[in-house]
Design a binder for this molecule. Structure first.
Ligand SMILES: [Zn+2]
Length: 498
């Protein structure tokens, strides 16, 4: 059995693609859950890209223990200096530096000769090495590079002290056979390759990210990079949860000692989706809502007789309880706490009273409380950062077009009331909120989804607003969709003002 290192880049490659800025608290919540899952290396950001990114890498390095904390840089001395500074308080710091190695990137993007690219790479690795021992080198666009050049540059960076060499399929161009061969080639043609770890970093442009990563692992890669739910540039990165469960399910074929707390997978997926606002498709492998549902009658019959007829993974392994329990206003604190525990939430006794209060309010409104409602309840408790409290909303609509909303908000201990007219009730509510809060942000996206089943289901509203270069998303959940929308909008305005 050999060890495979899991490298999570949800907060770097994933966040980079979102078009929103997560705040430090949101990033910390994600980072801690990813470490709880058992990931070995967490790439926290690209410190030279912005002061905000620098600050969040710094705080994650300080607060998140139990994993290597890594920062990305280009082969630029200033990037490396900032990265080392941001990682200063990390328990185990790593600098991840690199440069493009394919002919098209070297010629058209970098405008450097192959020799100049090698010189920069070597210089950068040596510079990073002056700060710390653990230095990973990425050979950007490796899958479209000339193999002998790739071997040459990797040999040189290993000589310069790199401890990990990353072979990315940056543009998602490879297919599993050739990608596996590429890793074999690297293993056979790079001097001293056995002294360092080989990493694979794949993108999903052809839907091959997980398959390519597995091909790389089979060919001897020691580290696999990816994100939770596969979020990332364009079609996304490798979904780490897919790789984990492929290795779990096919243990006998890989010989990997999987040191992952798979029961944390569902919680990690939910948290990343909640905080980033990127929904998980229902049919997504492993973590989609339908991943363990059996719709066809023949399949249902089979599963009832023997689950393994149509199920390759027991949902409980990834933290999804098999039993369905419906709670109601008659359910006590114990029942609530027990179910929350089964769903992966640790509720301290001090928090229980507040959670129970919110649960009762919800149970009064909708009678039957499903698991999805409990996730929403816990998710909102974690994500909502409203400095505003909604005291009252009333909306009057006339005809099909215009509506008037009157809102009373409480903030900084005073109540403020205002009204506005809009194209429909939600628009009117948002405009009234703008009048009270003075927000001039532009609404970029708004969506409403039901949390569970039935006409009494809760509405889950997501709002994306932008002002200048900063964008934020807000979330709100309620059995009343106007109220959910107002909460989401206020959540976003609060974050933008923060
Ligand atoms: Zn990438």
């Amino acid at each position: 059995m050999r060890k495979l290192y899991f490298f999570d880049t949800t907060l770097r490659d994933g966040e980079q693609s979102l078009g929103i800025t997560l705040n430090v608290r949101e990033k910390l919540d994600i980072a801690k859950q990813i470490v709880r899952l058992g990931v070995d290396i967490l790439e926290a950001g690209f410190p030279a890209s912005s002061p905000g990114d620098f600050e969040s890498v710094k705080i994650i390095a300080k607060e998140v223990k139990g994993a290597v904390i890594c920062g990305l840089t280009r082969c630029v001395a200033k990037d490396i200096d900032l990265c080392a500074e941001a990682l200063h308080e990390a328990e185990y710091p790593r600098i991840h530096t690199g440069i493009a190695v394919s002919p098209i990137h070297m010629e058209k993007k970098l405008r450097l000769s192959p020799q100049q690219v090698i010189d920069r790479a070597v210089e950068a690795v040596k510079h990073a090495k002056s700060y710390m021992n653990d230095v990973e080198f990425y050979a950007e666009d490796a899958s479209r590079s000339e193999k002998d050049f790739l071997a040459k540059i990797l040999t040189r960076v290993i000589e310069a002290g790199a401890t990990v060499v990353n072979i990315p399929d940056t543009v998602g161009y490879a297919t599993p056979w050739e990608f596996g061969e590429l890793i074999t080639y690297v293993k056979n043609n790079v001097k001293d390759i056995d002294r360092v770890k080989v990493s694979v970093h794949c993108h999903n442009d052809l839907g091959m990210a997980t398959a390519n990563s597995l091909a790389g692992i089979k060919a001897g890669a020691d580290q696999v990079e990816g994100t939770i739910n596969g979020i990332g540039e364009r079609a996304g990165n490798t979904s780490l949860e897919e790789v984990m469960m492929a290795l779990y399910t096919q243990k006998q074929n890989y010989g990997i000692d999987l040191n992952i707390r798979t029961k944390e997978i569902a919680a990690a997926s939910r948290l990343v989706s909640l905080i980033t606002g990127v929904p998980v498709p229902n049919h997504k492998a492993i973590v989609g809502a339908n991943a363990f549902m059996h719709a066809s009658g023949i399949h249902q019959d089979g599963v009832l007789k023997e689950t393994q007829t149509y199920e390759i993974i027991d949902p409980e392994i990834i933290g999804v309880p098999r039993s369905q329990i419906v709670l109601s206003a008659r359910s006590g604190r114990h029942a609530l706490k027990y179910r929350l525990n089964e769903l992966g939430y640790e509720v301290q006794d001090s928090e229980l009273e507040k959670v129970y209060e919110n649960f009762l309010l919800l149970a009064d409104k909708k009678q039957e409380v499903y698991d999805e409602d409990l996730h929403a309840l816990m998710g909102v408790a974690m994500s909502e950062q409203n400095q505003f409290k909604i005291k009252n909303i009333s909306v009057a609509t006339s005809g099909t077009q215009s509506a008037m909303a009157t809102i009373t908000l409480e903030f900084e201990d005073k109540e403020v009331k205002d009204a506005a007219i809009g194209n429909g009730p939600v628009d009117a509510v948002f405009k009234a909120i703008d009048r009270i809060t003075g927000s001039q942000a532009k609404l970029e996206d708004y969506s409403l989804k039901s949390v569970s089943r039935g006409t009494e289901a809760q509405g889950n509203a997501t709002v994306k607003i932008a002002s200048g270069t900063k964008s934020c998303i807000g979330k709100g959940i309620s059995t009343d969709i106007i109220y959910a929308s107002a909460k989401a909008y206020l959540d976003a305005v609060s974050k933008l003002n923060a």
